[in-house]
Design a protein around this ligand. Sequence first.
Ligand code: 3HC
Length: 699
Amino acid sequence: MQSPVAYDRQGDIALVRIDSPPVNALSLAVRQGLSACLNRAMQERETGLRALVLLGAGRGFIAGADIAEFGAPPQPPHLPDLCDEIEALPLLVVAAMHCMALGGGLEVALAADYRIGHPDLKLGLPEVHLGLIPGAGGTQRLPRLVGAEQAVHMIATGRPAGAEAALKLGLLDRIAEGAPDAFGLSFAQELVAQDAALRPAGALPPPDPIDWAATRESLRQKARGQISPLAGVDAVEAAATLPIADGLKKEGEIFAELIETDQCKALIHAFFGERAVGQLPALKDVSPRPCTSLGIVGGGTMGAGIATAALLAGLSVTLLEASTDKAETARDRIESNLRAALSRGKLTQGRFDEILQGALTLSTQYDAFAEVDLVIEAAFEDMEVKRAIFAELDRSCKPGCILATNTSYLDVNEIAAATSRPADVLGLHFFSPAHIMKLLEVVVADATALDVTATGFALGRKLGKICVRAGVCDGFIGNRILAHYRDALGHLVLDGASPFDIDTALTDFGLAMGPHAAADLAGLDIGWATRKRKAPHRHPQERIPTYIDRLCEQGHFGQKTGKGYYIYPAGQRRGTPNPDIMQLIEAERAERQITPRDFTGQEIVQRYMCAMVNEAAKVVGDGTARRPLDVDMTLLFGYGFPRYRGGPMKWADLQGLPRVLEEIERFAKEDAWFWEPAPLLTQLVAEGRTFEDLNKAAA
Ligand code: 3HC
């Protein structure tokens, strides 16, 4: 097999080109190729070789270690040894980089003597996002070059530096336009002509110390339980206090420890899951329909958010509202969203003006949709309202135009039946604010044509979304699971936990926000309306608390009214516990004759997670979600589930499914109806299999 690393001698300089698509990851074959080139270069010193230029072909320099190899026993040559070898080479080594030098890729460059990059280059150490620290010398060489503070920033946040910033930091020696082989060669020729010195970073003095305790404290707060950012500080501190050889050893020990952690396994699952979730074997050879113009019905928060996302992605948008006044309000909402994008640097002033002058049309007539490729309905959640809209869309849209509903729980089959073209109907369930949230559930109804589903995915990708295929049911994947674990929390409150204890336990678990604080933010009226809608169909054994309905009846809906589970002083988004809630809860406990008991934080997390996993297993079991990883990505990208836990199914695999089932069976002794184990979970435990086995089988 041909090596992915080519050696090309040009006079007294050799070009070493890594060509391993898609991203030149440092796989075994690449490491073997690099090692062979280093050996050859050593031999060719005798024939006048003076310098080596390392470069990448295709999409960038090197994207880092090959993440797909993690988990298997490491095979030599090991990357840290290769980096040491590059640094020790008695030849000038130049890293000539374009697009990206990430992780192990940047570490290879740090082992070189000189670094030159194209203006588009991004240099970063993103290992923290995989639950790791750099493991090939990055934590020791980077601080020697750029100082401890900057190194901690890059290692603990994983944020890359652009070429200009890297030049200022001393991480790059020069920026050059053109192809890396051309600028690399000419830089190396210049260095050889000047008889430039070798200058290994490892020989530089250690960085000055920083306030390690303060650095750790500030990172601890941001990390919300993730361990790798703090481990990064430990490694940089070692660079400041130990000789380089000991520092490198320390880095290796920390890396070896981290790679065995559940957090690392979960983050690697998230990395691959994020990329796998939108790939459906059924759509492999299906071409999406052309989709450059979008119609949107409804200009409320959701419709305006979807319009903003589409406009930012370069689509033209026609938005329909019931009256000119409402249309103007929708325009204001969209303009304000776009202005925020402008201030965040997501769009230029020129593009901002162009969008408002040309790409956005507002109308009060369905006929305005005559030429659009796809319409998304984002109107009031009421079946009759939706059916009437779809009948109108069917009448006014051109043949082949796709009709999508943004409903979050209504039956898409029933909506499709209001048209003469159910094959062209699907659900596109966005999450609010739709121009910010990454998740899009593509809801496939019974009659949805394959190319319509493919267009839903293609549109989602164009809007920068993580697209998950969902089947039709009340709440699809995400909201159905949410409804279930929220019920479990309601039971916990009735039985003795306070909403505030629950929020603390779950933010300690890693959630960005406690579920009760989140309910206050979303508006308590949403859950209230859902409970009223579901009330007529409830199973007699279903336990649904009513204390929060009492609060809603008094007109308190959370943040927007200043009072909910928490009280929000004017203008503040962080609240203090509302004592009225505890009174309402205690009254309900007394009415139901419940003697409250204590729950530890661990017990709260366990019940919350087991409820989530059990319902998620039912969602996978009945085909609403295609694979366990689809559930995981839904929770990560739509519900603020901590990425370093990988999602509920990964969490369950890491706990061990037998243990999770045991817990569910224990809880079922108190409430057999709610905690009925999912048949899929029972089956997997009986067969000794995991959710990951199902992911692999469906790949
Ligand atoms: N290892 C293995 N595969 C990788 C990879 C890596 N480091 N980086 C990307 N890939 C794969 C992706 O899985 C994807 O595969 P697929 O097409 O089969 O789904 C393909 O390359 C293309 O990746 P993207 O779809 O993400 O392409 P983008 O152009 O959007 O992004 C990227 C490219 C910026 C390089 C992005 O993929 C990325 O951030 N990669 C991870 C970089 C990283 O974390 N590096 C550190 C690795 S750990 C390390 O180096 C340890 C060391 O310190 C010892």
